[in-house]
Design a protein around this ligand. Sequence first.
Ligand code: CTP
Ligand code: MG
Length: 216
Amino acid sequence: MASLAKGRHVSIDLRRMGNANLRDGHSCLMDLLMVAISGIFLFLPALLPNSAAVLFGGGTPVDFGRTWRGKRILGDGKTWTGLIGGVSAGTSLGLLLAILTTALDASESWRWGLGLMPIGVVFSLSLGSLLGDMAGAFIKRRLGMVRGQKAAGLDQYDFVIGALGLTALTYPGWLWAHYLDGEAVIALIALLVFVPLLHRSVNIIGFKLGKKKEPW
Ligand code: CTP
Ligand code: MG
């Protein structure tokens, strides 16, 4: 009798444990999904500058038309108005979202730091994004590619590397905590998967609106 009761007790415990595992598995997946989404959210100040540069561009080239070893340094696709407009747009969006997340008392995983730190972080993400884009253009020109010529990989990731790279220099702790440390690496993977898809969609829209000469 005692052993029967014991057996029943054990089986109930096992069932409970099974449910707990299922629940844990479910919440774990949800956690990872949230890490991925917050990683993309925090990267918005780096995502906007590229599209904004297309709208603001058209003025004096950053390299002032100068060449190096017979080829343009950056080319006509990188302009001062694009650079300044893009960085301003990305930083403004970042500051707006920083104020919003502070007002909503959002958890640290949705924040660019506390106090005045978001100013520096969102500025680093925005400026780094367009510095990376210019580094990409510099490499393309050295390879003899004309403005707008497709460079698979470089076009999609130059600004991601620039944004993460500059922020790694200015706010290493923030970057480590949000994109590299433990399960935060899911946020980095989400970026690497999501960014080319977004880049392509935005460029198709820009092309259809007549703002971009090529749909990539
Ligand atoms: N743009 C700009 N200034 C910048 C970045 C972009 O004016 N600093 C504008 C340009 O009009 C550019 C457009 O945004 O043509 C799209 O940017 P991107 O696709 O990066 O440039 P491409 O035209 O493809 O030129 P490149 O081959 O040099 O990358
Ligand atoms: Mg580019």
